[in-house]
Structure formats: C-alpha cells, structure tokens
Design a binder for this molecule. Structure first.
Ligand code: NAD
Length: 463
C-alpha cells in the first residue's frame, strides 16, 4: 500500500464515521457476526499461512491460542454489547435539582490498530472486536514479518467488509510509520517498546489518544511453600508454547536457592515430555527469523561464558528453524538475558534466600506486563502482589489471566498503557460522554447576576 492509498483509505473511513457516527446495537452485532464468519471460513488457511510465515507453527497452538480466544471474544462481545451501550445514570447533587445526569458511551470514530507477528491473528482481531463493538471504523496494519498471513487477512477483510468499515494496510516499517502518523481518533499499538516510542511520537503530533501494548520481563516467583514440581510444570507450559514468543510468557524464574537445580531439571523434563523430539515435531514452533534465533543463541552463549550453567532439551533435531528449550541457571544480572525481554524458549533461573529478596529483585526492574506467583499462602501472595506491580497476574499458573474476557488486559509503565478485552475494550474505544439535563426550573440561573442577598447567602452556605 502506498502512502496515497493509506490516506485515501483513512479519508473514506473518517468521512463515513462523521456522516454515520452512532451505529445501533443491531449493526454492531452484524459486524461481529461478519467477523465471526470470516474467521470460521478462513480458520485453516490462517493456521497454514501463519505456519508458513514462522517456518513451522503448531496448528494446535494457532487454534487454541488464537482462534479459540478470538471466537470466545466475539461471542462475549455479541452477547453483551447491548448492555455495554446502555446509558449509565449518575447522581445529581441536591443543589442542582431538578435534573438528570448520565454517561453515554459513543463511538470514537476511526481506530488504527498496529499488530505484531507473534500471535498475528489474535493481536489483530482481538482489538478489532472491541473497536467494532464500540461502533467504530477500523484500519489495521499487521506485521510485515508474517506476510502470508497479513496478505490473506487483507483479502478476507476486503471480501467481507466495505472499506469504509474495516480495511487492512499491508507493508513494511515505512507503511507502518506513515500509518501511525494518520490522525486517528484512537491508535492501539501492540509491539516492542522501541517502536512504541516512535508510535507515541507520531501520535503526539495529532494529539491522537494511544493504547500501547508492549512487552517486558515478566517474572515467575515460586514461593517456598509451593510444590516445586507443580510450579516447574506450569512455568514450562507457559514458557515453551509458541517457543516462548509470547508477550506474557514467564521471562525468568525466582526459586528458593536450595530448590533451583531440581526446579530446572523438572522444567527440562516437562519440555521433553511435551516435545519428545524437536526437529520434526509439529507441536514445537519455530523461531520467526534467523536474526531472532541468532540473538537467542548469542545471549545464551554470553551467559555461559560468564559462568552460568546451561541445561537444554536433548533431542535437538536438525531443524535449523527451531531453538531447543533451554535453562540458564544463575545468569549474571548484567547479561542480555537479564537486561532484555527474552522472547524465546530460554528460561533464566535465579535462586533467592527469602521471599523479600525475590520481591526486591523483581520490583527493582521495569514494571512487567505479567507476574506469576506460586504460593498457597495468602500472606505470601499478598506480599508479592503489593511488592511487584505488573499489568496483570496469574496466581498458581501462567498465561490464563489473558484469556479472561471479564478482566482488562494491558501493561503498566514500560510494559504499556491502557487495557482492552470485553467491556474494558468497549470502553477503551468509546467516548464516555457526560450529559446533564436540566429540569423545569434552573435554580442556578435564578440566583445569578445581578447577585442579590439570597444569592450571596446561598453562595456562603454552599462554600
Ligand atoms: P515491533 O515493534 O517490531 O513491530 C510491531 C508492529 O509495528 C509491526 O506491525 C510493524 O510493522 C510496526 N512498526 C514497525 N516500525 C514502525 C514504526 N516506525 N512506526 C509504526 N509502526 C511500526 O514488534 P514485534 O517484533 O512484531 O513484536 C514483539 C514485541 O511485541 C515484543 O516486545 C512483545 O512483548 C510485544 N508484544 C506485546 C503484546 C501485548 O499484548 N502487550 C503482545 C504481543 C507482543
């Protein structure tokens, strides 16, 4: 798409949003149904395109981690949109009576969505669901690292929706950069914090309100009271799905000092059970590009040279696109693995002596997108929740807070700003308009200038 095409697509949607600014619940449901049809029709083709883009992405993972949450999100929005749209009465103070006040949730207009490659379907369509439920028009820019998927999505959307309702802009970073400079009524960006900064700069020029869904280093804290094997299996599950290329994957684990070797061994055993061989295993996803694989390899090598112990899955296989599940025991804190988001199947394991030390370790770093705490002791859980602020939390498990339609999903500070999903997504893409309707007598105007004795007295009484 050229810059002129982009401007034309935006102009069309903007004009339509200004001439038809308030679609009713029926037309919003119809848009959600059209999207559900599109997903059902192309489900297999989407999974194949994503697998080709990755050089091997488990179809089961695409189904469970992308298609299922999208369909659940669609059903949830369809069921609740009428109720979400309802005017919300608010109280009016005695002094302003007789009057009524309420909040009306109105569409913002044209929403821009920029999505990444790691869950290309989910992270494009999940915000689209919320934006359509809120009655908006949407321009989508999927990632250039998944070109087959992005092309297919563009064609499927063009067949199903009129371009003044939903349209897809494909292309590289130049298109993405021009895209983020459009004067959207709201822009949602999911991706890295480096690009997030550029998007925020571009949005600032138009005063475009922004939601940033970024990443970060999400810690998993295993408390001493919790069965270490159970925690290790949960963390292995959350870490190795999509080969660790998950924004909320546990990035590193904090484990009681004397348990950390046993913990590491159980994580690797769990990986071997889930993925007995790696090479020809369709369940184990490849790393998206050679550049990303090289970065992981160099980061593990740096930690090894600095003295960390490395444990890897034995059945490495010959597939160069795959990166074996790897544990890095006691990495030095200054190495790349402990400075940057890992975004791959590598788990640093760090020992701690008491829970206060684990909390201080995690709290000293940037506020993460997710936090995992394994403990059956409510006091320990409270200390961890109070001590380490994060976008979201799963207790005694990993990832699943993301799948809850009734919970907001988003980061805090360097891991993002603003949240969406379900009603929170509807509100994210709606304007909460304050409306105050004055009754038959307007006492305030009666008191007004010229200010007499009664007005002055009431003013004194009210202040
Ligand atoms: P990325 O920032 O490289 O790219 C994301 C999108 O930004 C792509 O569509 C790309 O075309 C676009 N882009 C590139 N340059 C741009 C520019 N100058 N202006 C505007 N847009 C531009 O991220 P990625 O590598 O695709 O994704 C990985 C990152 O995303 C990780 O940090 C991960 O944690 C994060 N992530 C966050 C979430 C979340 O929900 N919070 C979900 C998935 C991934």
């Amino acid at each position: 798409m050229t810059e002129d095409d982009l401007l034309a697509a935006f102009g069309r949607q903007r004009a339509a949003s200004r001439s038809h600014p308030a679609p009713d619940a029926g037309s919003r449901r119809r848009h959600l149904d059209m999207l559900a049809d599109l997903v059902r029709t192309h489900a297999e083709a989407f999974a194949s395109a994503i697998s080709d883009d990755f050089g091997g992405r488990s179809h089961n993972e695409t189904r469970m981690l992308e298609l299922v949450p999208v369909m659940r999100g669609l059903r949830h929005a369809r069921r609740h949109v009428g109720q979400w749209m309802r005017d919300e009465p608010r109280q009016v103070g005695l002094v302003f009576q007789p009057a009524r006040a309420w909040v009306r949730y109105e569409p913002l207009g044209v929403i821009g969505i920029i999505s990444p490659w790691n869950y290309p379907l989910l992270l494009a369509l999940s915000p689209l669901i919320d934006a359509l439920a809120a009655g908006n028009r949407v321009l989508l820019k999927p990632s250039e690292l998944t070109p087959r998927f992005s092309g297919l999505l563009a064609r499927a959307i063009a067949e199903q929706f009129s371009p003044d309702q939903v349209s897809v802009a494909t292309g590289g970073a130049d298109v993405a950069s021009a895209f983020s400079a459009l004067p959207f009524d709201h822009l949602l960006f999911t991706g890295s914090s480096v690009v997030g900064r550029e998007v925020m700069r571009a949005a600032a020029a138009n005063l475009t309100p922004l939601t940033l869904e970024l990443g970060g280093k999400s810690p998993a804290i295993v408390a001493a009271d919790y069965p270490v094997a159970k925690a290790a299996k949960s963390i292995a599950f959350g870490k190795f799905l999509n080969a660790g290329q998950t924004c909320i994957a546990p990035d590193y684990a904090l484990v009681p000092q004397e348990e950390r070797e046993a913990f590491a061994k159980i994580v690797i055993d769990a990986a071997r059970r889930s993925y007995p061989a790696l090479g020809r295993n369709d369940d184990y996803t490849a790393i998206i590009t050679a550049r990303h694989r090289d970065r992981l390899r160099d980061a593990v090598e740096e930690a090894r040279i600095a003295g960390a112990s490395i444990l890897t899955h034995g059945g490495a296989g010959k597939d160069p696109a795959k990166f074996a599940p790897t544990i890095v025991l006691d990495p030095p804190v200054g190495c790349v693995l402990m400075r940057e988001e890992i975004f791959g199947p590598v788990l640093p394991v760090i020992g701690y002596r008491d829970i206060g030390e684990a909390i201080a370790f995690a709290a000293a770093r940037d506020r993460p997108l997710a936090l995992y705490c394994f403990s059956n002791d409510s006091d320990v859980r409270r200390r961890v929740l109070d001590g380490v602020i994060s976008g979201g939390v799963t207790l005694n498990g990993t990832l699943l807070h993301l799948a809850q339609e009734n919970l907001p999903f988003g980061g805090i500070g360097p891991s993002g700003m603003g949240a969406y999903h379900g009603r929170d997504g509807f509100r994210r893409f709606s304007h909460a308009r304050a409306i105050h309707q004055i009754g038959p007598i307007n006492v305030f105007e009666r008191l007004g200038p010229p200010w007499g004795k009664i007005g002055r007295r009431i003013g004194r009484w009210l202040s």
